[in-house]
Design a protein around this ligand. Structure first.
Ligand code: FE
Ligand code: FE
Length: 220
């Protein structure tokens, strides 16, 4: 995987292999289990591995990608919070910023379990998504509800990227027999899904109607 295309390639992998992962799950899991048992018998250790160094390397690279993305998001969500208009959206973003700090800590826990140093690798996809969010803020009027609509759209694009990343990482961890890591990642996955739902509710209940009735900005 080329470093500068890490995020993009990962998304392509997810879509392309979703069927593969599900279709081959039973056989792959069975193979993984038997190789794991073999390893634990041969060295007496409980450390789990599937012996597939290519997949392990891919998993580690994907962790570095999402680790960079989460750390970047802590800052980006702070900016979105300041830019948002309604109190409801501001507090939802602030809550998720706090959760995102927890996501960073969870990934550090995962690196620790793997016996690796927590290290980020620039996630081009997340950088692009947050740049788009900056543009939305620049192009909408300060204090407008239209800006909130734009921020919600940007934030949901971010959540969907995270849902794809954590969904696949959870699946791969389980395939590798790393159940503890799978549990940790699936906790974050559930929080990303819940955040996406919360944003939809805020948009539907308050913001979309108001934005539709807001006068257009005639300044340009
Ligand atoms: Fe997150
Ligand atoms: Fe998130």
């Amino acid at each position: 995987m080329h470093a500068t295309h890490g995020g993009t390639c990962f998304v392509i992998f997810l879509n392309y292999n979703k069927t593969f992962l599900n279709y081959n799950k039973t056989n792959f899991m069975a193979q993984t289990k038997s190789s794991r048992q073999h390893i634990s018998k041969s060295n007496g250790k409980t450390k789990q591995t599937n012996g597939n160094s290519g997949l392990e390397k891919f998993f580690e690279d994907a962790l570095k990608d999402i680790y960079w993305a989460e750390k970047h998001l802590v800052k980006a969500l702070g900016k979105m919070n300041k830019a948002a208009t309604t109190e409801e959206l501001k507090s939802a973003i602030e809550d998720h910023r706090t959760q995102t700090e927890e996501h960073v800590s969870r990934l550090e826990q995962v690196f620790e379990i793997l016996g690796k140093r927590a290290q980020g690798k620039k996630c081009e996809a997340m950088e692009g998504l947050t740049k788009e969010a900056d543009e939305v803020v620049e192009e909408t009027e300060d204090g407008s509800v239209t800006r909130d609509v734009g921020i919600i759209v940007s934030a949901q694009k971010v959540e969907h990227y995270e849902i794809a990343a954590y969904g696949s990482l959870t699946q791969i961890a389980k395939m590798m027999g790393q159940d503890e890591i799978g549990e940790i990642l699936s906790q974050t996955l559930e929080e990303e899904k819940q955040t996406d739902k919360n944003l939809t509710e805020i948009a539907e209940n308050n913001i979309n109607w108001e934005a539709e009735h807001e006068p257009a900005d005639e300044s340009d």
